[in-house]
Design a protein around this ligand. Structure first.
Ligand code: 1CP
Length: 341
């Protein structure tokens, strides 16, 4: 039996529309919180292959989603490139050392993709216990989104520091993006070699850029990653997800298989643009999960729009920590039920 998720990525016929949720391995799950309390520190969790495997598999066991996503973070790779990382309660990720000039970029460790071996070990452990019918998604951040943290030092509202670089020193920024792209391609390739069945690139802050700059500083690098992966691993689906760029979609092309659609972008609008050239993944507003009725309304609407087209059910961004697990389970069951053929 093939994997429903992988088949859907390639636009093959499936018995139902597969479903998973961004950030599905996380704080809304009591079993995640239990491990987190035991280990104490998020980063230590990501650096322990046994814990990585355990948490990755939790949503498979609890929700019966069609794909597991590797439990890690997009910031582990820049951390291994030489920027010490910490997570602060109420703030989020913090890099105390940031990228400011050419020297900072030259000092970045080009062996990062090897140093991050705990991820590859975790993937091997996950694959031992993952049922044959389920897929494992490996991932990275997009070079642009990862670079926003490397330059700003933390999550940002204005992106003033990196956008100043966009307009005053684009050459420097391209140099950083080139280096992160190179590491990311090697990192994702090793995830595939270790057993990942698909890979996804998260570009959460693509929407911080105006149209022309988005393509120059973010999309081009995502395309380069996709192209390189498809050249070497034809049978591995590549999923690209940029947040906040629905209005730029008509110019998006490239050698990827699946495009993630955020919740700000109407699904029928996206389908109009992409037709069945790609599988569209998404896009229920994650806050609908607070209400079963609101969930049902969206699932039925999205299923109707995507009926007969290439589709994977997901949320339009990550699940929130205080969503009842019961409602998440309701969403997953309902997606399969209403699309069963
Ligand atoms: O226990 C905790 O409090 C840690 C919370 C947490 C978790 C569960 C963070 C901190 N990262 C993660 C895991 C994670 N991050 C995954 C694992 C797999 C899954 O989806 O279940 C993935 C894919 C990510 C990706 C990620 N990390 C993104 C891109 C996707 C998105 O949500 O936009 C980003 C931007 C990050 C950075 C990050 N990691 C964690 C935080 C709090 C943040 C900051 C987000 C921000 O700046 O707003």
């Amino acid at each position: 039996m093939g994997k429903v998720f992988v088949d859907a990525c390639f636009g093959k016929e499936t018995p139902y529309t597969p479903v998973w949720m961004m950030r599905q391995a996380g704080r809304y799950l009591p079993e995640y919180m239990e491990v987190r309390r035991k280990v104490g520190n998020f980063l230590d969790m990501t650096r322990n292959p046994e814990i990585v495997a355990e948490i990755t598999l939790q949503p498979i066991k609890r929700l019966d989603v069609d794909a597991a996503i590797l439990f890690s973070d997009i910031l582990n790779l820049p951390m291994e490139m030489g920027l010490p990382l910490r997570f602060e309660k109420g703030v989020g990720p913090i890099f105390d050392k940031t990228i400011n000039d050419e020297k900072d970029i030259e000092e970045l460790d080009e062996r990062a993709y090897e140093k991050i071996s705990y991820v590859y070990k975790g993937i091997k452990l996950i694959k031992k216990d993952l049922p044959e019918s389920k897929a494992l998604i490996g991932f990275s951040g997009s070079p642009w989104t990862v670079s926003t943290y490397m330059v700003e030092g933390r999550g940002s509202k204005q992106y003033a520091k990196i956008k100043k670089m966009v307009y005053t020193n684009p050459k420097l920024l391209h140099k950083l993006l080139d280096k992160v792209t190179d590491q990311t391609i090697k990192y994702l390739s090793k995830q595939i070699e270790s057993g990942a069945d698909a890979i996804m690139v998260f570009d959460s802050w693509g929407g911080a850029l105006e149209r022309e700059k988005f393509f120059e500083f973010s999309w081009e690098y995502m395309k380069e990653i996709a192209k390189s992966i498809k050249q070497n691993y034809k049978n591995i689906p590549v999923i690209l997800f940029s947040k906040g760029v629905g209005l730029y979609m008509s110019d998006m092309d490239g050698e990827f298989d699946v495009l993630g659609i955020d919740w700000n972008t109407p699904m029928d609008y996206a389908l109009d643009i992409f037709k069945d050239n790609y599988t569209l993944q998404g896009n229920m507003d994650p806050t609908r999960l607070y209400s079963k009725e609101a969930t049902k309304e969206a699932v039925i609407k999205i299923a109707e729009i995507m009926k007969g087209h290439r589709h994977i059910f997901n949320l339009g961004h990550g699940i929130l920590p205080d969503v009842p697990v019961e409602n998440a389970k309701y969403f997953v069951d309902l997606c399969k039920e209403v699309t069963r053929r």
